[in-house]
Design a protein around this ligand. Structure first.
Ligand SMILES: [Zn+2]
Length: 216
């Protein structure tokens, strides 16, 4: 893998962006994070505009702040956070803005172990638990991802499988949008799924939950 940690050159391609995220997460895990610190000169430069190299759709969970997890600075990541990292009109609109106007080459759907939203969706599906109206709507967004899960599995395994399934489904749904499909087919963008591990701080990228120009 390319070592991009020693240079300030912004990543230009999806693969470079992915390598940058992976290197940042490694620094974070190893206690060698460089951020959050920001020079006044950087703020001044950024006040003129942004050119983030990756768009992250993550969960609102307080334990998974993308900039810290990837040891990324101001202006590097375009971040959307919503419980359960689900899609919805506002999220899709934000993603479309990112595709059209920011042109980040890399899109990451970042789920995480122990996700409360996925846990609630599992309880809703398999135990029939119910929630307040808007929460129920959120859980319905996750529910279709839970097809094929084994409700008899131990709770930890079930949740883990649910988290991963939810990430995969969101990646699939995103790719199903014609705009993403076209941009991925022409190799302009790459979509990747990933799961953050709460206890280790590691981000596990899901190689088979990815789509780019090399896809069949
Ligand atoms: Zn969560």
């Amino acid at each position: 893998m390319m070592d991009l940690t020693r240079t300030d050159m912004p990543p230009r391609t999806a693969d470079e962006a992915l390598a940058r995220l992976q290197a940042g997460n490694l620094r974070f895990v190893n206690g060698e994070a460089r951020f959050p610190t920001v020079q006044k000169a950087v703020l001044a430069e950024l006040s003129r505009g942004q050119q983030p190299y990756a768009t992250i759709l993550g969960c609102s969970d307080s334990r998974v702040p993308p900039e810290l997890v990837f040891d990324a600075g101001f202006g590097e990541l375009f971040v959307i956070r919503v419980a359960g990292n689900v899609l919805g009109p506002a999220v899709l609109g934000t993603l479309q803005y990112s595709v059209r106007h920011l042109q980040t080459p890399l899109f990451v759907v970042l789920g995480h172990e122990g996700c409360g939203a996925v846990k609630a969706a599992i309880a809703s599906r398999f135990d029939g638990s119910r929630h307040a109206g808007k929460i129920e709507m959120l859980l319905e967004q996750i529910d279709p991802a839970l097809d094929g899960l084994d409700p008899q599995a131990p709770p930890d395994e079930l949740l883990s499988a649910g988290v991963e399934a939810n990430v995969r489904r969101v990646v699939r749904d995103l790719l199903a949008t014609t705009e993403a499909q076209a941009r991925a087919d022409e190799g302009a963008i790459k979509l990747v799924g990933a799961v953050y591990e709460l206890d280790s701080g590691r981000v596990r990228f899901l190689p088979d939950a990815a789509a780019d120009g090399t896809r069949r």
